[in-house]
Ligand binder design. Sequence first.
Ligand SMILES: [Mn+2]
Length: 404
Amino acid sequence: MTEPSVPVGSSGPAGSNGLPGAQAGAPRPPGPIYLNRYDLEFAWQGIPTFMKLPVCLTPEDLRAGAIDVAVGGVPWDGTATTRSGTHLGPQAIRTCDHLVAPPWSRPHLHVRVDPFEHLRVCDYGDAQVIIGSTDRTYDNARTFVAEILDGGAIPVILGGDHGITWPVATAVADAYGYGRIGVVHFDAHADTAPDMQGVLAGHGTPMRRLIESGAVRGRNFVQVGLRGYWPPPEVVAWMEDQQMRSHFMAEVQRHGFDTVLERAVDEALSGSADHLYISVDVDAVDPAHAPGTGSPEPGGLTSADVLRAVRRMAAEVGMVGMDVVEVSPPYDAGNQITALFAHRCVLEALTGTAMRRLGLTAPDYLDERAAGGPPPLVADPPAPAEAPGRPAGASSPSSAEPGT
Ligand SMILES: [Mn+2]
């Protein structure tokens, strides 16, 4: 069992103002902690948990609450190469939502499923970051995700820069077995550099580390949305040597997104890999859809494509973990468009996970009330020469009296 970072009933650290820490006092029973003052609160009110969901701090809390999915953050941008600010991503994602929170109904209109009716979801807070130490922060991130898995929940982790995927996905591989998880990774960038100026940890290297360590086999590492002017040929050659599956925007443009998505899922779960991990770098979508990110690259996917893809994967094959990274609020548009996209990625994952529980796993399942009804199987038949039921010898419609 993983040692919890905050044992139930422990005395937390005293605050700098001399007041007792949050955990001081009598031991509390394990379980989700509800922090909302009123029945109806919006995400922008009160204490900002993800979707105003209850908080869990320990694996015991998760187990006591029978939590299905735990949303947490790794607010770390210590290895960003260009624009920083992604350490503010988790909190921006939590607070950007503009609608009421559960238990008020939040049904997905395209599939008519309210994920919060079928899943128990909590906010697990954030992993502790150690300013100035990537190594210690990554250790904490790995332990943080291990706690969530130990508590029986699916981890959905908000970044942070993409470097956090190394410890986060490693923790998932620790739980399910090295070589047992496949990754579908949406990104403009491959993130497969051998190092960053000699440093192994970084937001340009995590996918290389995951493959080199054996956590994920190269042939089960699938990338979608690659484009632009990086990485250089020797890194692309390494990716090919590892049998990584790279789906560039050129393939999306030639064959269509759905074809690429279906290829990606088949590849991720081929061979020994039978559990799916999803990694969404928000820069996979075009900067028009996600400007608030560290390394924007024009010419990307649409937010609609990626949202539907996340839902489809969670519903059709299921997912055991996910991260959504590289939201940089200082560069976001004033209406928090990028944070909102990341927030909705999580909602789509929750909806898909609920759909899977309900057996709604047909390819690209939609509720027909939302999709305009099924497409016609055949063209409208030509008008009959004789109207049905008209007795033989009756006058033709053209000679019928008006009004009949
Ligand atoms: Mn990227």
